[in-house]
Write a protein that binds this ligand. Sequence first.
Ligand SMILES: NC(=O)C1=CN([C@@H]2O[C@H](COP(=O)(O)OP(=O)(O)OC[C@H]3O[C@@H](n4cnc5c(N)ncnc54)[C@H](O)[C@@H]3O)[C@@H](O)[C@H]2O)C=CC1
Ligand SMILES: O=C(CO)COP(=O)(O)O
Length: 320
Amino acid sequence: MSVSVLGAGAFGTALAISLASNGPVNLWARNQDLASDMQTTRVNKCRLPGVVLPDDLTITSDLNAAVDSRILLLAVPMQKLRTVLEQNSQSLRDKTLVACCKGIELNTGLGPISVIRESLPDARPALLTGPSFAADIARGLPTALTLACEDANLGKVLQQQLTTTNLRLYRTTDTIGAEQGGALKNIMAIACGAVIGAGLGDSARAALMTRGYAEIQRMAMACGARPETLAGLSGFGDLTLTCSSDLSRNYQLGLAIGRGETFDPSVTVEGAATARAAAAKADEMKIDMPITQTVTNLVSQRLTIADAAAQLLARPLKEE
Ligand SMILES: NC(=O)C1=CN([C@@H]2O[C@H](COP(=O)(O)OP(=O)(O)OC[C@H]3O[C@@H](n4cnc5c(N)ncnc54)[C@H](O)[C@@H]3O)[C@@H](O)[C@H]2O)C=CC1
Ligand SMILES: O=C(CO)COP(=O)(O)O
């Protein structure tokens, strides 16, 4: 097998389904019961109900069976990435590792590429990010994503290997821009969901998306991102999708906050921890990120939606 996907959640399963149209793919599930069930039923009932797994997709709970591949995709939540790398360091240490997660690590302020570099210095890291819902990819709907890799030659190889008929990859060497855009847009999606949930209207959402994009640019460019990456699929593209679709879990959390409803804590919502990480980093770097700060306070219930809106509107007037 040339490609394996580690993590049989929604995104890992969807990517494995798409990649199986290019040839055999391994999908590693850490949970043996889930792996057995998927082998028998050929469906991932929990995460992608109703989508039949293709014959060229092999499911395993044995990591050693999966790490034989030349390319390994890591489709686990951002806050779990370091654990997965460290727990499996012997098997993963010199591999090509394509992170598929979108977030900033809470305790370190690092993105996925830096976490891979710190945990496994001999690995070759890359990032797959951009606007796509697992359900869309799994159904074979047309999708375009960004493959970010500092090593331009490896980036070209990965672009070729991971593009499928319906999943078109663009490449960049700007891993910082791709990481930051993909992580920070989740924060803005929570804010937009909250505004819509509270009935504050589409105009308020457009304001948040635009000023949120300004925040993303400020932080990302201070970290070394290139503006054209932020304007591309991994930045503007994903911001647009996630802030405007009910399918987004970040947006759904925002909706629940805005409506005063509870939200299932077991659902993967990257923007919650990422908002805290980004707010702390912004403080440290003296970058103005009022929406990020507000989302942190909303998620931790230190602020009501009415007070959040009032605070943002009352900020000193400035040039755009
Ligand atoms: N679901 C989607 O539409 C998309 C998700 N993503 C990103 O993909 C990443 C994963 O998200 P989903 O697959 O949707 O989440 P999910 O909650 O459906 O799946 C997460 C998977 O990670 C596994 N996992 C968690 N901790 C682990 C550990 N310590 N060791 C091994 N495996 C572990 C879980 O068992 C689960 O299979 C996130 O960063 C998300 O932002 C990106 C684009 C689209
Ligand atoms: O990243 C995504 C879309 O590109 C998925 O969004 P959610 O994690 O909010 O569901």
